[in-house]
Structure formats: C-alpha cells, structure tokens
Design a protein around this ligand. Structure first.
Ligand code: PEP
Ligand code: MN
Length: 378
C-alpha cells in the first residue's frame, strides 16, 4: 500500500521575498558561457522582457554523454552575480552536489534548482537537503526525467524536512520512448496530480525543455498558465545559433519579450485545490483525451507495419480469428472496467475499420514504384 502524500510546510510564493510575485518569470541562457554572453543575456532580458524577475544560467551542466560542454564551473558564478547586480535581476542556478550548493551560496545566488537528472536520485537529493539544512534559500525542484510522481514528491519532501519552505516544483516534461512531438512529453496529468497532492506548492513550467524548439514555446507556456501554474522558466540566449547547449530551444531576449507579451495571464487563483472542481475535472478529461489519441496513433502505426509485413509475405489483410480473439479480450476488459458491451463493440469496430484502411493505404503506397526501373542495356 502506498503512503499518503506528505503535508508540506510551505511559504506561499507571495511571501518569498522582495521581487518575487506571481507569475514568477525566470529566464536566461541554458548555460553560462562567458562573462559577455551572460551580461548580454541579462541586459537584453531587462530591456525586452521587463516582467522577468530572475536570471537563470546553468553553471554546472549535466550532459547525457561526456564530451559535450559541461558548464563554465565556478568562474561562472561571478558572471552570474555581476549580471544580476547590473540589472537588478535575482539569480538562479542548478545544483547537483553539496559542493555546488556551497559555492552557489557563497557567491550569493538567490535561488537554486535541482535538475531533472538529479531529482530521481534519492541519495543525491538527500545530500543536497543535508547541505541545505538550516539555510533559508528558495529551491525549485524539476520533475524527474522519468514520469514518476513519487520520486518528485520524495525530493520535495526531503528538502522540506531540511527546513526549505520556499519550495516550488518545475514541470519540464518527461523522457518518453513512445510517440511524442515534444522533446520531453508534457504529460500534464503529473503536475496536475502533484498540485492536488501538495496544495500550496507553487508549480512552474519550463516550456523550453518540454518543447525542445522555439516555435512551440507559446503553446506550452499558455497551457501551463491555463492550468493555473504559478510561473515560467524559459531559456533565452543573446545568440541562440551559437549556444554551447540547447541552442534549438533558446529564444533571443527580444523574442522572449514578444512571447511573454503574447501569453494570456489568467487571474491568479489563490490555491489550486480551491479551483473550481469542474475545471479540474475538465483538465483531466482533456489530458486523458490527448493520451487516448496518442495511444490510438501508436496502435495504428503498428497495424500499418503489420500490414506491410503481411504484404511482403502475401497474407490477406483481414484475419477473422485474430479479430475475434481481440474482441473477446476487449469485452472481458470492458466487463471488468464497467464499459458496456455495446460501447466496446462500437469503439473496437471503429478502431478495426481504421486499421484496415491504414493497412490498405500502406499496401497501395508500397505498390507504387518509388523510382524508375533501370534502363535496359541495348
Ligand atoms: C536546464 O535547465 O538547462 C536543464 C539542464 O534542465 P533539466 O534538468 O530540466 O534537463
Ligand atoms: Mn537547457
């Protein structure tokens, strides 16, 4: 049996301190690359996106494979502090070890965040919590790379036990081997469930790591605001084309300003759990519908592959016994889940028809020669 969700002792965002308000807008480059780059980012953000309050920059970069740019390290902390001082922006960086915490706090970084590759490791999170015990600094916890709500809650709990009350979660999407058009699948049901499990926990969205490209940032950011998120963390770089990490998803400060202006900020509702229940349920329905559509698309892709295999081996598309077995299995699942036989029948028949249509289409496509036959030798 799983344990009940913890009661976190949290300070509302509005009481985090000067400069912090809802929506909390954080922006800056993926990585601090040089003194000039970070200063240019900060000045650009200050003038083009004046609603941004916090300058972000990764000083130590967790790269999936060695050999990529792993961050400027400690010298970058001074660049971050100087850029913050020059613009009046608060500063934020990612910490993954107690040494990072110590160095960042010594340099006066205002907010710390725990990255998606660190959150899922309870040893690392506990080491960070121990390093932060008795330190009053805001900490943002990104979701674990894998879609596991318990690991996300566990990390928040460990930090809260260490006395961190200025605590927020950041939704940055999940690694997903299934079909998704995002860099990291948003799986909105996870942040929604976390907001329901931990009332009063501010939830921010990082659309940059979800979208993985700039043309979908607005769509993701708007969705987050519509779901009553408390703010955004967006990657912005003065010269994204030459960025040393995550170039494809970073916007210029000018584009950041336009993006933020284009978003409709919903009226702040004080507490996610007090939201109109109907809205909450509708969000869940929308999410489930999106999941169903994605699963159906995956199913049809596989049916199409089976169709091509049948064609190669000269087997008819329609295999009645196989279909009878599928139907019987679905009726059994439906019976156990409270779905009526008539619904199962209608739904599965629609799926079947579409599979056959896709298989037939794939056959036809495969029969069209893709290149001219080689010319006959004289
Ligand atoms: C980042 O914010 O640049 C970063 C590395 O994010 P994540 O941990 O979400 O991948
Ligand atoms: Mn990044």
């Amino acid at each position: 049996m799983s344990r009940p969700w913890p009661q976190l002792d949290l300070l509302p965002l509005e009481r985090w301190g000067p400069g912090i308000e809802r929506p909390l807008l954080i922006a800056g480059p993926c990585s601090a690359e040089s003194e000039e780059q970070l200063m240019a980012a900060a000045l650009g953000i200050r003038s083009h996106a004046p609603t941004v309050r916090v300058l972000r920059a990764g000083i130590w970069k967790p790269r999936t494979r060695p050999g990529a740019f792993e961050g400027a390290g400690e010298p970058g902390l001074r660049w971050l502090r100087d850029a913050g001082n020059a613009t009046g922006l608060l500063t934020a960086t990612e910490v993954a070890t107690p040494q990072h915490v110590e160095a960042a706090l010594k340099a006066g970084v205002d907010l710390l965040w725990i990255g998606a590759r660190t959150t899922p490791n309870p040893f690392s999170v506990q080491a960070l919590a121990d390093a932060l015990a008795g330190v009053d600094v805001p900490v943002l916890v990104k979701n674990p790379v894998n879609p596991d709500l318990h690991l996300w809650v566990g990390a928040l709990e460990r930090l809260n036990h260490a006395g961190i009350r200025r605590l927020a979660a950041v939704h940055r999407g999940f690694s997903w081997s299934g079909r998704t058009t995002f860099r990291n699948a948003p799986m909105w049901e996870f942040p929604i469930r976390l907001m329901a499990a931990c009332p009063g926990l501010p939830m921010l969205c990082d659309p940059s790591h979800i979208a993985g490209r700039t043309d979908r940032l607005a769509e993701v950011a708007q969705q987050a605001l519509d779901l009553n998120f408390s703010g955004l963390m967006v990657e912005a770089h003065p010269d994204p084309g030459n960025a040393l990490s995550d170039g494809e998803q970073q916007v210029t400060p000018t584009a950041l300003g336009a993006l933020l202006q284009s978003l409709a900020h919903r009226a702040a509702r004080p507490d996610p759990v007090l939201r109109d229940l109907l809205d909450e349920l509708r969000d869940q329905i929308d999410q489930l519908d999106a999941d169903i559509a994605q699963k159906l698309a995956e199913r049809l892709d596989i049916a199409e592959r089976i169709g091509l295999y049948k064609q190669e081996h000269n087997v008819a598309i329609l295999q009645p016994e196989r279909w009878e077995r599928i139907m019987a299995a679905q009726h059994e699942i439906g019976r156990r889940s409270g779905l009526s036989p008539a619904f199962i029948e209608a739904f599965m028949n629609a799926v079947h028809q579409e599979s056959i249509r896709r298989q037939t289409e794939a056959w036809e496509r495969a029969q069209v020669p893709t290149q001219a036959p080689p010319a006959q030798a004289e």
